[in-house]
Design a protein around this ligand. Sequence first.
Ligand code: PLP
Length: 448
Amino acid sequence: MDADPIPTFAGASPNDLDALWMPFTANRSFKQAPRMLGRAEGMFYWTPDGREVLDATSGLWCVNAGHGRPEIADAIARTARTLDYAPPFQMGHPLMFQAASRLAEVTPPGLDRIFFTNSGSESADTALKIALAYHRARGEAGRIRLIGRERGYHGINFGGLSVGGIGANRRGFGPLLGNVDHLPHTHDPSRNGFSRGLPAHGAEGADALEHLVALHGADTIAAVIVEPMAGSAGVLPPPVGYLKRLRELCDRHGILLIFDEVITGFGRVGAAFAAERWGVVPDLLTMAKGLTNAAVPMGAVAASETIYRTVVENAPPGIELFHGYTYSGHPLACAAAIATLDIHRDENLAARARASERAWEDAVHSLRDRPNVIDIRNVGLVAGIELRPRDGKPTERAARIMQRCFDDGLLIRTTADIIALSPPLVIETAHIDRIVSTLGDAITAEAA
Ligand SMILES: Cc1ncc(COP(=O)(O)O)c(C=O)c1O
């Protein structure tokens, strides 16, 4: 395809890379040997010097419909020429209402009130604040405690970080929010090693909420927030029955249940949302990433009718919820979201992911006998491949495998010594074969 010239950075002096402080990146080593992407289409990236790289990560779990969708690009361009921006506070524009209505058609039944943000982190903090506002509005202002889970990831703003459970992200940023506690994580390789789909054991892990209720008192707890499937901490699908049990316990104690579906939404687990796939509806559901196919930053929180009405109808005249962002419901993001939702509907991407799930599962589990593979887990179009860390050098093995794959034309993602795969949902058999063979070779090459 013809494309505009891409800056190559060939011969760039180190200073050309100095100004940027890169996020979640080993800046020093990256700038010694940069890995650059210049163009993307369908299942592929191309480096600025034209090398093809198969995308096994949907960018960062977000380009679910495949790269460079012209429908989305056209909608963004059209909107940029028509309405570059409109303030969302005390003003509106048609696209933000249309985007919310369209989104409410695919969110689980009953979660039909949509609040727009710009990212997953903002969605997590927004959901936590809505939970607090809800209890206050119904006369239980003492419910201020927020419960997260070990190994949970809810972004990097102070709320999401506080309920999050990844030590490296938390350490070094002070005491974070008070009134927070954590459930244990669900990962149990001794009983669930090499699970295909949801692991069989561990639903009883949800009962730890009873301990926190006994410790703190239910009347101090506002909400529990979990990823239905923990993604960033290394792909931890929920044990069979775990989410249902958590729902029952929250109901028993008047605690709101928040599902962070920033990764699991928009077809990733073989249904529009994990809530649908596993038949458990939360009170609040957070989204981002796949919502616009990542073409424009956008996040959202879907709230139940009860939460919306309680907060809004109990407020004195005027603004009901003192929360929002300059770019909540930005016209370009709304245009991208509507175009993305059209693609998901027309191409039934969730069903497509579900149809590919078995072939994907068989392919990734074929890596089981490669050196140092200590666990493989999968669900929908996600897989986690856990490697034995090198003695005294945690993360090194996975980082070197990632580099090898990139050199061999495959983009994977690693968290500690876990490889996380989450390809675009438009993946075909030949792509699956190529992912597994390139990755398998790289794992073998790093056997030592
Ligand atoms: C479950 C979950 N919540 C929140 C976030 C944060 O999203 P963002 O990076 O858009 O702020 C992520 C990002 O990976 C995520 O996986």
